[in-house]
Design a protein around this ligand. Structure first.
Ligand code: SF4
Length: 331
């Protein structure tokens, strides 16, 4: 990401990372703000400004460090060093929280966040898994801040527990030589290349994601894979069958041995539709009335019969082609 301007809370400059970013981006305009949560000038922009706003970088201090219990691949969702993202997936879950203001916000008080992680790990009687990437894509964020390297080096000194994060990016070179001591679980999100191209704007290609996952596995990291979100476009059977073929052919044996799969169907919303129609007028329409139904608060999900058919299809494909890789949940 190449930002065009920085909006910052002045207090962020009291932190080392704030200073580092100030130096890195000194050639850009820096605009002081009261709070990263409410930048009036940006909130008032039209939806069609969405892509332009994604080039802004917001720098602040994270106030709430409250963990949310979780039951999927982690014990807790942890608010971490960023929220929002500079990529532009048409269905991005962050749009539900931040609406058109889902640009990338960086939080510079990482020492405080790390201290809480280490303390919680230390005080627990069992190994915990902390999901640190539920609000952002940390591999992408790392290309700006180096936060993932910083995190892995520090957290891996912990005698207990694990960190996990999902990603759609292949920028993992700087992570490979780190001494992670098996405490990090990276989960790569996969989709057919046609869906990546038409829906997941600004993310890495399927080929690059597969390669990155193999390399992380070879470097001894724990690894997982999401088939997510499953998007039921017209030719979905063909696309997902091809995806699973490609995964079966290109994932290394080392990767396959330790992999697990999460499958997540796409959730869409009224807000996504309103933004996408103005910001990306030529993009594919993800709302399909015949396949979707309302799910509270302006959200849409696939109707049960469509989901069941697709889930059965995907399970059969995976059983044929990636037989020994466990599916740990489907939602
Ligand atoms: Fe949202 Fe993830 Fe896409 Fe970024 S990469 S826009 S966080 S779905």
């Amino acid at each position: 990401m190449v930002p065009d301007k920085i909006f910052y809370e002045p207090a962020a400059l009291d932190y080392k990372l704030g200073q580092k970013l100030k130096t890195k981006f000194e050639h850009l305009p820096w605009i002081p703000i009261e709070s990263h949560n409410n930048i009036e000038a940006l909130r008032q922009n039209e939806n069609r400004e969405f892509a332009r706003m994604k080039r802004h970088l917001i720098i602040g201090v994270r106030k709430s460090l409250t963990y949310t219990p979780n039951q999927k691949v982690s014990d807790y969702l942890v608010p971490y060093t960023s929220s929002g993202c500079s990529a532009m997936c048409l269905y991005c879950y962050l749009v539900c929280n931040y609406n058109k203001c889902s640009y990338l916000r960086l939080f510079v008080n990482r020492e405080q966040m790390m201290e809480k992680l280490l303390k919680t790990a230390r005080n627990s009687e069992k190994d915990l898994v902390f999901e640190i990437g539920s609000n952002s894509d940390l591999v992408l964020e790392n290309t700006i801040t180096g936060n993932l390297e910083w995190t892995i080096e520090r957290f891996s000194l912990s005698e207990r527990s694990f960190l996990t994060f999902p990603t759609k990016f292949d920028h993992i070179d700087s992570l490979l030589p780190l001494n992670h001591r098996g405490r990090i679980i990276m989960r790569m999100s996969m989709n057919p290349q046609e869906i990546i191209q038409k829906v997941e704007f600004g993310t890495s290609s399927l080929h690059a994601r597969i390669e990155a996952l193999n390399r992380m596995g070879d470097a001894g990291y724990k690894i997982g894979m999401l088939i997510a979100p499953i998007v039921l476009v017209d030719n979905w059977q063909t696309l997902y069958a091809q995806l699973i073929d490609e995964l079966a052919n290109s994932l290394s044996e080392t990767t396959k041995k330790q992999l697990f799969i999460e499958m997540i169907f796409m959730t869409y919303s009224y807000v996504h539709r309103a933004i996408n129609v103005e910001a990306f007028p030529n993009a594919v329409e993800l709302y399909d009335k015949s396949l979707m139904t309302g799910r509270g608060k302006g959200k849409y999900c696939y109707r049960p019969e469509a989901r069941t058919e697709a889930e059965q299809f995907l399970r059969e494909q995976l059983e044929q082609k990636l037989k020994n890789v466990p599916i740990i949940y489907v939602v």
